[in-house]
Design a protein around this ligand. Structure first.
Ligand SMILES: Cc1cc2nc3c(=O)[nH]c(=O)nc-3n(C[C@H](O)[C@H](O)[C@H](O)COP(=O)(O)O)c2cc1C
Length: 350
């Protein structure tokens, strides 16, 4: 059924289709189809699990960049996601790069994007989240820096986002691995990371949280999202730092700048130009990074897997490599709204 719909949707450019589909879903939810959709798409049996101290209704989350502005949480919850990572959010609103900036590579089951952190800005997103009340869906806050902020001041942008979102998200992901903000990935260098992450950890123990109507001190798990293009030495640095400062986890991985091994023609790839490649082509590298981190740390750092997950078998592969949870993005586009239920079904039958 979704294959037919996908064929029609793929006749139109990706970004308008994204907004059209999500607004269509929202309309359906608001005219009384919410429970029907939930019945169709939410996993049936109990799949709950715990990672970095948080209980998730299942292991399948939606990766950052899909619901950048936290606009569709109700709709995404209906589709069964155990977690939605909103963002990347920056302190100031940003328009992102010129359109078109998302491209489908159907022959490779992939996407290339150079969105450039387009988002409504952290104040608007925090305000939206403050009106969202839901006990089941876990919401992660993926935070970044504005394009105009120089790298030496990046830590201030992360601080602003962290403080604003703090009351409303369940965990944080520091994103320094997007290829679409010039210079951002240089922040993956050990000392830059140390500055940003230790600063956030200090804030983390001092900010108040609301529990049962009262304000008390509490900590939100802090994770770091890394690129699949890091060298082994850079991954070792990330591991050392993560262990040293007791980071709560890693998200592995973001999109890749590599274009190796694609079936799509070279001329088409050249015409598309710069951007992060996601989906099937990033799957293997992403799994390798997860396995390496898991083995090197003896499983001491929880990992959220992201990169090329389409099916239950793909998710199983990531979990066996050492991930605690998985996230989908490109897979959701290619597999459709049944993806969470399908993955959970396979995982439960193992
Ligand atoms: C159009 C698009 C926009 C994205 N935006 C973000 C983002 O804002 N922040 C982020 O951390 N990752 C972003 N990502 C990366 C995804 O979260 C994910 O890590 C990556 O696509 C690999 O997973 P996949 O192969 O399942 O797509 C984006 C991906 C796509 C395709």
């Amino acid at each position: 059924m979704y294959k037919i719909l996908r064929t029609i949707l793929f006749c139109f450019p990706p970004e308008p289709v994204h907004h059209f589909s999500m607004n269509g879903l929202r309309l359906l939810c608001s005219i009384g189809f919410k429970n029907i959709l939930a019945k169709m798409f939410r996993p049936k049996s109990n799949h709950s699990c715990t990672a970095f101290g948080i209980q998730f209704s299942n292991k399948v989350g939606l990766a950052a960049g899909f619901d950048k502005n936290a606009k569709y949480l109700r709709e995404l919850e209906c589709l069964g996601f155990g977690c939605v990572e909103i963002g990347t959010v920056t302190p100031l609103p940003q328009a992102g790069n010129d359109k078109p900036r998302v491209f489908r590579l159907p022959k490779d089951k992939a996407l290339i994007n150079r969105m450039g952190f387009n988002n409504d800005g952290v104040k608007v997103v925090a305000e939206r989240l403050s009106n969202w009340r839901n006990s089941r869906l876990i919401v992660g806050g993926n935070i970044g820096k504005n394009k105009v902020t120089p790298n030496e001041d990046a830590w201030k942008d992360y601080e602003i986002c962290f403080k604003e979102l703090y009351p409303y998200v369940d965990y944080f992901v520091v994103n320094v691995s997007s290829p679409n903000t010039p210079g951002l990935r240089e922040l993956q260098e050990k000392e830059s990371l140390r500055k940003i992450l230790t600063h956030l950890q200090q804030l983390n123990v001092s900010l108040p949280v609301r529990s049962g109507g009262n304000l008390s001190k509490g900590e939100k798990p802090l994770l770091l999202k890394i690129a699949p293009d890091l060298t082994q030495e850079q991954i070792d640095d990330v591991i050392d730092l993560a262990m040293e400062i007791k980071l709560d986890g890693l998200v592995a991985t973001n999109t890749t700048i590599s274009r190796v091994g694609l079936t799509t023609s070279g001329s088409r790839i050249k015409a598309i130009g710069a951007g992060g490649l996601s989906g099937l082509p990033v799957k293997q590298r992403s799994t390798e990074v997860i396995r390496y981190i898991h083995q090197k740390t003896n499983g001491q750092i929880p990992i959220i897997a992201s990169g090329g997950i389409f099916t239950g078998a793909d998710a199983k592969e990531k979990l066996e490599a050492g991930a605690s949870l998985v996230q989908v993005w490109t897979g959701f586009i290619y597999e459709g709204p049944g993806i969470v239920k399908n993955i959970c079904k396979t995982l439960n039958s193992q």
